[in-house]
Ligand binder design. Structure first.
Ligand SMILES: O=C(O)c1ccccc1NCC(=O)[C@H](O)[C@H](O)COP(=O)(O)O
Length: 210
């Protein structure tokens, strides 16, 4: 069954709604320029309601080593997600499982990332939008995705309740990640959209009817 990560959670009630709907992972954005940025205090409050069987993922964009350590010291994160121009050496500094985001414009982007970040627990393929690191709501060309990548990967970028079933069916993604597609406003999640998205992702390829 397809795994679902909902990124850019800023409110405890959105985390609780997503958990009740069966989300697999929640993403907290520690990138100050993002409209979905969370402070350490917000992140602690959200992390406190996450059960042991749901993962809490901390997302960073070109953060300093000390910033990541400080967040790790104060917030119980299961996985780190690096969404900027981080080197593999940087990603390995924290002795935590990590996901490396790849902004896909060509097949070469994917091949280079797979060779460079071979120890990432997953590569997250997102849209390439010039000057924006993520959360763009834009789809990339799924035909660029590899057919034979042995490393785990996550499909991201412009996924919505309306296209997630098709996206999983067309790409064979084992996991999907969404932010703006389940929002009522930037940083504010919509419970109905999250429900439709999770259902659409998890029933892809089955005969599920409501
Ligand atoms: O969400 C953000 O504001 C953000 C800012 C900078 C880097 C990454 C960011 N989000 C990363 C995510 O994991 C998103 O879920 C992913 O980019 C897909 O976003 P969307 O197309 O809006 O679903």
């Amino acid at each position: 069954m397809t795994r679902v990560k909902i990124c850019g959670i800023t409110r405890v009630e959105d985390a609780q709604a997503a958990i009740a709907l069966g989300v697999d992972a929640l993403g907290l954005v520690f990138f100050e320029k993002s409209p979905r940025f969370v402070s350490i205090e917000q992140a602690q409050q959200i992390a406190a309601v996450v059960p042991a069987f749901t993962q809490t993922v901390g997302l960073f964009v070109n953060a300093s080593e000390s910033q990541v350590h400080e967040v790790l010291r104060q917030v119980p994160l299961d996985v780190l997600q690096f969404h900027g121009d981080e080197t593999p050496e940087f990603c390995r500094l924290f002795m935590r499982p990590y996901i490396k985001a790849v902004r896909v414009a060509s097949v070469q982007d994917i091949e280079a990332a797979a060779a460079t970040f071979f120890d990432a627990r997953a590569l997250l393929f997102d849209a390439h939008v010039e000057g924006v690191y993520g959360g763009t709501g834009q789809v990339f060309d799924w035909r660029l995705l590899p057919k034979n990548l042995t490393q785990a990967w996550v499909l991201s970028g412009g996924l919505y309740p309306e296209n997630v079933t098709e996206a999983v069916a067309k790409t064979g993604a084992m996991a999907v990640d969404v932010s703006s597609g389940v929002e009522a406003a930037k940083g504010i999640k919509d419970a109905q959209k999250m429900r439709q998205f999770i259902q659409g992702a998890k029933c892809a390829g089955t005969e599920f009817t409501e």
